[in-house]
Ligand binder design. Structure first.
Ligand code: GDP
Ligand code: MG
Length: 198
């Protein structure tokens, strides 16, 4: 990257839909299935080990964290992971509602960075979220995680598979090796500028 890598600063946490919709600043959201590697990716973006909690026990995040991107003045919004197998029916419904409200009602949201496990074929819940994002004209930026766990052939196959379902090219990343982290930063900045479209 030509410029200095921006910083991520945790500025607030929302627990309710009202708190979630209060923010007026430009936002790019991060979403993905529980355990996809979202917290690890936030830490890799920030270049810090413990900004976001990496969980040994999945399904723990119930709140929405707002990270300010300094000095660019937009927010990276860390949405709760979905699809945790052991979540109760009530919890799932609550999460779905929160996600739905946020995606439909947040006028400052520019794009949804969707984290997808590089080792897995497209999953039902991911496809449902993509459909939903489309229904509210929200551009989806696909990000493949844990690429270090895949051979090159598998990476390319997975990229092609997602490419055929989405208009934007998936970015291959690994929080462990930092592969694709700069590319992800560039894509986030483009997304905040409204340059990523569906
Ligand atoms: N090999 C590998 N493991 C990862 C990577 N990112 C996350 N993990 C592991 O995947 C598990 C879930 O990670 P976490 O960041 O907590 O996922 P989250 O639930 O989506 O926030 C943890 O055991 C991480 O160490 C990666 O890029 N490579
Ligand atoms: Mg997490």
């Amino acid at each position: 990257m030509k410029d200095k890598t921006p910083e991520l600063i945790l500025e607030g946490t929302a627990y309710t839909i009202d708190q979630l919709l209060e923010r007026q600043e430009t936002q790019v959201a991060l979403a993905g299935r529980s355990n996809v590697g979202k917290s690890s990716l936030i830490n890799a973006l920030a270049g810090r080990k413990k900004l976001a909690k990496v969980s040994a026990t999945p399904g723990k995040t119930r709140s929405v964290n707002f990270y300010r991107v300094d000095p660019l003045d937009f927010y990276v919004v860390d949405l709760p992971g979905y699809g945790y197998a052991r979540a109760s029916h009530d919890e799932r419904r609550k999460w779905a509602k929160l996600l739905e409200y946020y995606l439909t009602k947040s006028s400052n949201l520019k794009a949804l960075a969707l984290l997808l496990d590089c080792r897995l074929p497209p999953q039902k819940l991911d496809l449902e979220l993509i459909c939903f994002a489309r229904s509210c004209s929200l551009p989806v930026l696909p990000v493949l995680t844990k690429a270090d766990k895949c051979k090159q052939r598998e990476r390319v196959a997975r990229q092609n598979e997602w490419q055929s379902l989405l208009s934007n090219q998936p970015i291959l990343t690994s929080s462990n090796t930092r592969m694709g982290i700069d590319a992800f930063w560039r894509a986030l900045i483009k997304a905040a500028d409204g340059e990523i479209v569906e």
